[in-house]
Ligand binder design. Sequence first.
Ligand code: ZN
Ligand code: FE
Ligand code: FE
Ligand code: ZN
Length: 274
Amino acid sequence: MAQRFPCDTHIHTARCGHAGGLDEEFVEAGMERGLAAITLSDHAPFYWLPPEERDPALAMAADELPRYVDDVLALAERYRGRIEVLLGVEADYAEGHEEELARLLEAYPFDVVLGSVHLIDGWLVDAPTSLARLNQGQAEVDRIWARYADLLISAAGSGLFDVLTHLDLPKKFGHRASLPFAGRQSEIVAAVARSSCAVELSSGGRRKPVGEDYPAPDLLRELASAGVRFVLSSDAHAPAEVGLGFDELAANARAAGVEEVLVFRRRRGTSVRL
Ligand code: ZN
Ligand code: FE
Ligand code: FE
Ligand code: ZN
């Protein structure tokens, strides 16, 4: 029998403009996969941009956010006793706009806030359009990783987030740094450990050109040794992706010394044996 996992903590919905399926289909996929809980965590509005510059294919619109919250709370009611539906959000870290994000987050009863560094000085490192930069050669790739490291350390220390997502995201299209995480891996691990943010074990990367979970095995081992806590995530953008690869994700985590994962409710993590 398939193992029952406590939660898939990172699930998108059609509201962000690049995920498919009804909310119910994501929840029911979670039930079929034997998950005890599922956290919808769609992309928060791009709060750092003026509304007219926000791309509707990247994140939900600002006026969609209260409806999203109401819809997820209603789903939680509807599925009570069958699967626990939790309210999350994936919020970008936008350096210099921390106050705006804090205001946006405090208005809603989120169970978990996922913090993501996609944005590097005005462009998104995981967007297909970033390939023009990433393909400029190894020196530019290393420069991008180094800048990403700075921003990740700031995001960890911002106090805004419960969980840091896809920790080594610039590898998405297969571009590796010359040195482990730009030569700053131990500094990054120390910053994450100090922050008390959990880190997601994400199977999302295996669906991408890099074909590898986030974080990479060596980074995962260092995080685990530093006492960092983890959540399980698929970063599903379609119902079929819910809980995808969790058996292997959990096996790799156990091999790295991870014995439990967290489930977040009202922004507090409860640990569950993996
Ligand atoms: Zn997305
Ligand atoms: Fe993301
Ligand atoms: Fe995501
Ligand atoms: Zn993501």
